[in-house]
Design a protein. Structure first.
Length: 277
């Protein structure tokens, strides 16, 4: 296995950090990891190593305002900037791996980015896997609160309003402690424009879910307190994909890729992808 790091320039002019893991032989397929809110791609080393050992190439980036990338922490001016940067990266990866199938893996906010990406570019991919996608806006905020957030976004877009709870990330105390102490995890308050853009995009994805026909594997922790499983259930019910699977893991929290059961979940993803090759 070899590990490489790089950068690309976002549409907003920020330097975006990228990294990839290459297997010893020719990759069977390519996995592109899309991380969640306030975190970064280094938190996905376990799943990257697992799939590299199975002869997959794995790619990941840190979103603008996250991890090693430039940009104001906890902020984005337009959610479409995430999607445009991801498309730029996917095109670059496709050029490096012609005639190789690409699979998108999106977690939490990364699930919102990934599904919004599918609405525009699903033809570039062979399948999409979601983990704890943050699509259930109605479960976390009332219509009145949502209206206020959208108004504040226009008036005071950089106003900090939401702090994530580290204890809700995972059952494993070591993972929670690592999350708290990770200098690349943003532990301050998320700014209102980014919250507004997540809510707006998640609602748009659910409204337009029938446009998605790509093979989909939708995974969610049953006790996820950060992103309700009902969002994944609504997406599953709404997409037009003939090849779609929804799995809710009873008792698991938000970050199923870091829960003690993670390797069995990786194996399920592996089996699902192998059927598409």
């Amino acid at each position: 296995m070899t590990h490489q790091q790089g950068t690309l320039s976002s549409q907003s002019g920020c330097r975006i950090y990228t990294q990839n893991w290459q297997p010893a032989g020719t990759p069977k397929a390519v996995i592109i990891l899309v991380h969640g809110l306030a975190e970064h791609s280094n938190r996905y080393i376990d799943i990257a190593n697992y799939f590299t050992e199975q002869c997959y190439a794995v790619y990941a980036l840190d979103h603008e305002g996250h991890g090693h990338s430039q940009g104001l922490r906890g902020y984005i001016n337009r959610f479409d900037d995430f999607i445009t940067t991801l498309d730029q990266y996917c095109n670059e990866i496709a050029g490096l791996h012609p005639n190789t199938k690409l699979f998108l893996v999106g977690h939490s906010m990364g699930g919102v980015i990934s599904t919004a990406y599918l609405l525009q570019h699903q033809q570039k991919l062979a399948g999409c896997i979601l983990s704890g996608a943050a699509l259930a806006t109605g479960d976390v905020i009332s219509p009145v609160q949502k209206f206020v957030v959208h108004c504040l976004s226009k008036i005071l877009p950089k106003l900090p309003i939401l702090q994530l709870e580290a204890n809700d990330v995972c059952h494993d105390p070591a993972v929670v402690e690592a999350y708290r102490n990770d200098p690349r995890v943003f532990t301050g308050k998320i700014r209102v424009r980014l919250i507004s853009e997540i809510l707006r995009t998640a609602d748009m994805v659910i409204r337009n879910a029938a446009s998605i026909s790509l093979p989909m594997l939708i995974l969610h922790g049953g006790d996820d307190k950060m992103a309700s499983p009902t969002g994944s259930e609504k997406l599953y019910a709404g997409i037009a994909s003939s090849d779609k699977t929804l799995k809710i893991y009873p008792g698991l929290y938000h970050e199923i890729f870091l829960e003690p059961e993670k390797y069995s979940i990786y194996a399920e993803i592996y089996d699902w992808i192998e059927q598409k090759l």
